[in-house]
Ligand binder design. Structure first.
Ligand SMILES: NC(=O)c1ccc[n+]([C@@H]2O[C@H](COP(=O)([O-])OP(=O)(O)OC[C@H]3O[C@@H](n4cnc5c(N)ncnc54)[C@H](OP(=O)(O)O)[C@@H]3O)[C@@H](O)[C@H]2O)c1
Length: 183
């Protein structure tokens, strides 16, 4: 996630205004190490997610409704897949299913390709992951901008307080890249 110092994570529904080339380079670096990307449907929709530049990288979109644009390049490219419940509607792309009335996020993760699962938000998905204790590390970019419309950056719902340890701090221009790891 990228966040301003005051906890804003998007400006009118898009996070791009908070970042820039340094932040985009960091995202590419994180994706280069990932086996798969996991993202909430709200983020995929509002950020108009497309196929990743890394060949073969799949993007799993977590959704309850399955109300996604399957004619978009994310899905027609074959990169996109759906992560949802066993009772959700059929979809015309690959789907992973776990949970009956709500998505069993740990059950979804168990079906993902082995390796690093790179989560790209947004707040609702982050909250579900913390609630299920599925977060091993947090990569947070602090944007040198203040303003916008919403926060907080890492969750949209209450979850237990958990302790992480500071693993690294890097800078590029005015951006700070912080990595926390689970103790
Ligand atoms: N600053 C950043 O780094 C950053 C990163 C990501 C997103 N954002 C911002 O966050 C905003 C989107 O926020 P959002 O609240 O919509 O978050 P979100 O978590 O991306 O999307 C919420 C939607 O995703 C699905 N979803 C997420 N978790 C789920 C779960 N555990 N089980 C079932 N479905 C789940 C549901 O989709 P359905 O409605 O289809 O069921 C839900 O309505 C955008 O404005 C974006 O710009 C910022």
């Amino acid at each position: 996630m990228i966040s301003t110092p005051d906890g804003v994570i998007d400006v009118q529904g898009r996070s791009g205004a908070l970042g820039g080339p340094a932040d985009q380079a960091r995202l590419r670096e994180l994706r280069s190490n990932a086996a798969v990307v996991l993202v909430g449907a709200g983020t995929a929709r509002s950020e108009n997610y497309g196929p990743p530049s890394k060949p073969g990288l799949r993007i799993a979109v977590v959704t309850q409704s399955c109300a996604l644009d399957f004619s978009s390049p994310l899905f027609t490219s074959g990169a996109g897949m759906v992560a949802t419940t066993v009772t959700a509607p059929q979809v015309p792309v690959d789907s992973l299913r776990a949970g009956d009335t709500s998505v069993d996020i740990a059950g979804i993760i168990a079906q993902l390709p082995h390796g690093i699962v790179h989560v790209e938000g947004g707040p609702q998905l982050n909250a579900a992951l913390f609630a299920a204790d599925c977060v091993d590390a947090i990569n947070l970019t602090v944007s040198p901008r203040v303003g916008g419309f919403r926060g907080p950056s890492l969750s949209g719902a209450p979850h237990a307080l958990r302790q992480f340890t500071l693993a690294s701090v890097q800078t590029n221009g005015n951006f700070v890249f912080v990595r926390y790891e689970k103790i």
